[in-house]
Design a protein around this ligand. Sequence first.
Ligand SMILES: CC(C)(COP(=O)(O)OP(=O)(O)OC[C@H]1O[C@@H](n2cnc3c(N)ncnc32)[C@H](O)[C@@H]1OP(=O)(O)O)[C@@H](O)C(=O)NCCC(=O)NCCS
Length: 325
Amino acid sequence: MDFDVERVELPANVAIASGIIRQSWPPSFPLCREDYLDWFFSFPSPLHPLGVLVYGEGHPVGFGALVPRRVRLAGQATAYVYLLTLISVLPSWRRHGVGLLLYKKLFALSAERSIPFLAFTEQGGPGENLLRRACSVHAMPHRELASHVGYAALTHSDNPGGQIGVRMTQDASELLTVLERRATDNAILDEADASGLSHWKACPLPHRVALFSHPAEGLLGGAILTRRRFAGSDGDGEKLVAERAILPGATPEALGALRYAAGQSWADGGRFSTVLSTNLGPVPPEIIRRGGFRRLPIGSYRVFVGANDPSCPFLSADQTDLNVS
Ligand SMILES: CC(C)(COP(=O)(O)OP(=O)(O)OC[C@H]1O[C@@H](n2cnc3c(N)ncnc32)[C@H](O)[C@@H]1OP(=O)(O)O)[C@@H](O)C(=O)NCCC(=O)NCCS
């Protein structure tokens, strides 16, 4: 079967992308809203996001994207990577090599620009095999990083964080000083700057930022909490997600403060009894457990870094705190 592959501008082609994503992913996948994708593709960056469409019989049947994010590897200057993401093929067009074609083009675009990529695949999901096969078929140097694990915790209406106080804000740029406190070796760290963090103000999902402070030690950490709509077997419902949890030197008390922040009512009266996270950052599992978070059987992601140049220092990283979405 013959296919045409085309590079397209983003977010200009977000409507086509959203249509393909909506038909390709399970209904539980919350990232197909056009306004959300538009925002996701529009983080301030000197690089443009790149989209790839595959056409079969003249119609778009597959989509994938490279979305720039600012990062830093310990000991190196800040740099950009692409999130290689949203790989989607319409169900009736699967098993004809469209997925492999998408990767081929996306690898080539990232290699032409000498920008490494990070890719996330749901553990055990159909994307995992495909990405491994694509790296092998297209001889793409890559490395698998520590997986991002899905966790859930019960929220708290009293603060179990001891002396750690919680302050809510709408301004994610207040997280900048927390980002500066991370010191994790061999990690590709999300190095969003003030303009990147401020972009959260435009996020179309209901969200807020929680800041955790200790009276003597000052600001300890923070998290961006979003309300995401998931469609499930029990109907359409909202869940609370700790989208970015930045907890340098996290203690069980700091995670308690996160659960307390997650348990606060919203202006519309909404309140959540559980909070989900797919990325608590490089916090030791024992601290996570003592902080009241439990590993979920689903919602874990394998994380890959790839770079055309085998000597790229990113290929020696072990982990990243950059998020899948
Ligand atoms: C994962 C996904 C992108 C794969 O797309 P696809 O177009 O079917 O991918 P390919 O055709 O390149 O490869 C898929 C399988 O078809 C097989 N295949 C490819 N061409 C074939 C052909 N002509 N005849 C028979 N089988 C073929 C491949 O060997 C592969 O088999 P494997 O899964 O056993 O390794 C698609 O299933 C999808 O959109 N899923 C939902 C979203 C998702 O999970 N995305 C992954 C994000 S990480």
